[in-house]
Design a protein around this ligand. Structure first.
Ligand SMILES: Cc1ncc(COP(=O)(O)O)c(C=O)c1O
Length: 369
């Protein structure tokens, strides 16, 4: 085992002196949460950076999912993907909604729109797709189905910070989108997240909901929750926003090197950039075809681990395989053949702004035989 571990990700940290200056200012203001100065500044700055009309900050990326479902009063059944982080489906469960899993498109790992209609029942009220790894879903096809059946669309866009198609943010698609600013993400506020909405009225409603439903000193208009972001993390987020473009470009360079080296390796598949898409290089998944590569995904994963290179089998197991969900009628492997295959083949290689040439060489040497 190599003691010099290469981790799958590494947090983008703001300059400590600059952060200290902002902390001093917060100490002087003595206003440390509840829609303070930095919270307001970060919401404005993010809306501009992300090219979206309204942003509401949250304390993580799970609570905006739960709150979005509350805000749109979603009930019954929601169509979603098994190929995501478990929080996507948990948000439905926490709202007493039955998840209905639909298989994914192997070209994107996002929900396959061609399979959605067959899963719609009279109880279906919404679709919750995920822009997996920041790859854009087929948003037009999903919206067409939603319009045809009168369904809402809530995007889990936890991975899609800054992703654009044709110069437009993917965060503008659907009724609502949510982001995660967890430490592992391209852009982080340590823990944190956001909801993106189209109009001021919805923003107001979400802001009430994330603050217990308070619409003033004495009025509670809805059964809200507490999911506000504090001032320290908002200030940290403002500083990270200034360096996120450079971090994304550094990831892009890593992706270029991975692709160059892996292009002709039999049995290892990966994606190139999509024309017209501004990617954020949040992950670099490879797909291992055991028969062609001569080693299974798990054999390669553990070989890498042995050499101190920590990939991540992301997303494995599928959400539909976890105890809570595996009894659902839609959770069977027969219903989800593509997701089942990909979950057995995928490894996300280490991907972050701080990977050195040496790191990249060590990572690639594990894969190149
Ligand atoms: C697709 C997806 N949805 C939701 C979440 C939940 O975000 P958080 O960890 O910020 O609560 C994550 C985070 O890892 C995620 O990857």
């Amino acid at each position: 085992m190599n003691n010099n571990i290469i981790t799958v990700t590494s947090p983008l940290l703001p300059d400590l002196d600059a952060f200290n200056e902002l902390l001093k200012d917060i100490w002087q203001r003595k206003w440390i949460t509840n829609n303070g100065h930095y919270h307001q500044e970060l919401e404005k700055a993010l809306a501009e950076y992300l090219k979206v009309p309204y942003v509401s900050l949250f304390t993580n990326g799970t609570l905006p999912l739960i709150t979005a479902l509350q805000a749109l009063r979603i009930t019954g059944e929601v169509i979603t993907t098994p190929y995501s982080f478990v929080a996507t489906t948990h948000s439905l469960w926490w709202n007493g909604i039955k998840p209905v899993f639909v298989d994914i498109d192997p070209k994107t790992c996002c929900i396959d729109p061609n399979k959605i209609e067959a899963a719609i029942t009279p109880k279906t009220t919404a679709i919750m797709p995920v822009h997996v790894y920041g790859k854009p879903c087929d948003m037009q096809a999903i919206q067409d189905i939603a319009d045809k059946y009168g369904l809402k669309v809530i995007y889990d866009a936890a991975h899609a910070f800054g992703v654009e198609v044709g110069g437009k943010s993917v965060l503008n698609a659907g009724d609502l989108s949510t982001l995660s600013f967890h430490a592992t993400k391209v852009y982080n506020t340590i823990e944190g997240g956001a909801m993106i909405m189209h109009d001021a009225k919805t923003k107001q409603r979400i802001d009430y909901l994330k603050n217990f439903g308070f619409a003033g000193e004495t009025e509670v208009v809805a059964p809200g929750i507490n999911s506000k972001m504090d001032e320290m993390r908002s200030a940290y987020g403002l500083l990270n926003l200034k360096q996120v473009d450079a971090a994304i470009e550094a990831r892009h360079q890593v992706a270029i090197k991975y692709r160059e080296a892996l292009r002709n390796v039999e049995g290892i598949d990966f994606w190139d950039d999509q024309p017209g898409v501004k990617h954020n290089y949040s992950y670099f998944p490879i797909f291992v075809n055991a028969a062609k590569y001569g080693m299974t995904r798990d054999e390669l994963y553990f070989k890498m681990k042995e050499q101190g290179v920590l990939g991540r089998r992301y997303f494995y197991p599928l959400i539909s395989d976890f105890t809570t969900y595996r009894g659902l009628p839609s959770a069977t492997k027969e219903n989800l053949p593509v997701a089942t295959k990909i979950a057995d083949e995928v490894i996300c290689l280490p991907m972050h702004h701080g990977l050195s040439e040496e790191d990249i060489e060590r990572i690639l040497n594990c894969i190149l035989k």
